[in-house]
Design a protein around this ligand. Structure first.
Ligand code: AMP
Ligand code: MG
Length: 339
């Protein structure tokens, strides 16, 4: 098969990101197609955020509930001002953190061009500027804000390589731009700035302590971890591999795969991967989803995970691990294994 910039000869849709392949992908994005792209957090499933049909295709490809709104990726702060009014707090945070893994929930501007579906019909919009040159080039060349949830089936571990995207979504994504592994490896920190008190909706790649230094104390929503009106995507089970997950492991059974952390690792597991032999929580975030996916094979009964300290990036890692281990909805248990 000829390489038309969309399909590699292996038919996966994965193309190495070059100025030429990015330009082709940007054109297709403007035409309403989906394009998966790397960011510093995880791979995103991109659509022209101003195109209702393209946004609908994102929900369909992921099997994502229409009530769970999407993060809008923009090239710079100025492009964001057209979408939402920035108060002093938003201005300070965007200046300090962008490009970077901090998503701000803001009120929608009256003339906001973002498709209503991308915001799940709400009067708020979630925005960030990603810190990845392929993502930024794609957004700039397309000349559109890009709606980009993680490029995986809803509820499953997030993709941190182009290969993960193909394995989760297959042919549903005609173009997957390959920009290598994600530098942070875990999703953005989400901060809701629509009320008087800033609220942390999700711990992630940006440090909450650094946020608090700039704008003062940040609240945690009541019932975090549940699907709440302000945080519709906070369903308990998420990031879940097919295998059950056992947390706090200090030993491993012979039929378990062990996701280890730190220099001292119990023996006895069928297979062991170490998030960080040095005990570094930032390195653990980089490795988390890739290692979860690599251990998720039917030859093991369960994935046992050693404790990760609840400090710094460890909080975001533990948030994902708790959700990976949470009881799964019946519909997920019956689902066929992910490609
Ligand atoms: P993700 O699962 O990484 O796509 O994260 C998106 C999350 O950001 C959603 O689940 C919501 O919690 C939050 N979010 C996105 N857009 C909005 C919005 N317009 N209003 C409120 N929260 C939002
Ligand atoms: Mg996701």
């Amino acid at each position: 098969m000829a390489d038309d910039g969309r399909k590699r000869t292996d038919g996966t849709g994965v193309v190495v990101a070059t100025p030429e392949s990015i330009a082709r992908a940007a054109r297709r994005l403007r035409e309403g197609e989906l394009v998966a792209f790397p960011t510093e957090t995880v791979y995103g499933l991109g659509a022209d955020a101003t195109d209702e049909d393209a946004v609908a295709a994102v929900y369909a490809a992921k099997g994502r509930p229409a009530s769970n709104p999407l993060i809008i990726h923009v090239a710079d702060l100025d492009a964001t001002r057209e979408l939402a009014p920035f108060d002093e707090r938003a201005e300070a945070l965007a200046t300090a953190f962008w490009p970077g893994p901090l998503t701000l929930i803001l009120p929608r501007a009256a003339r906001c061009a973002i498709a209503g579906r991308a915001c799940a019909g709400r009067d708020t919009v979630a925005v960030r500027v990603p810190d990845n040159h392929v993502a930024l080039a794609l957004i700039r060349v397309a000349g559109r804000p890009v709606a980009g949830p993680s490029a995986n089936l809803s509820g499953r571990p997030s993709p941190t390589t182009a290969r993960h995207v193909y394995e989760s979504l297959g042919d549903a994504v005609p173009t997957i731009l390959d920009g290598g592994s994600c530098a942070v490896g875990i999703e953005s920190t989400i901060l809701d700035l629509t009320g008087d008190e800033p609220l942390l909706l999700r711990p992630g790649g940006a440090s909450v302590e650094a946020v608090e230094e700039l704008i003062g104390p940040v609240g945690r929503p009541q019932g975090a971890g549940e699907a709440t009106p302000t945080s519709p995507g906070r369903a308990e089970s998420h990031y879940a591999p097919n295998l059950p997950v056992r947390l706090g492991a200090t030993h491993a059974d012979p039929d378990e795969a062990l996701l280890a952390f730190g220099p001292v690792v119990p023996g006895g597991a069928a297979k062991t991967l170490n998030l960080s032999t040095a005990g570094d929580v930032v390195e653990a975030a980089v490795n988390l989803f890739d290692m979860l996916l690599r251990l998720d094979t039917p030859e093991f009964r369960r994935i046992a995970v050693m404790p990760v300290p609840e400090t710094g990036m460890g909080r975001a890692v533990n948030d994902r691990l708790r959700r990976a281990a949470a009881p799964r909805p019946a519909s997920r248990l019956a689902a066929a294994p992910c490609r």
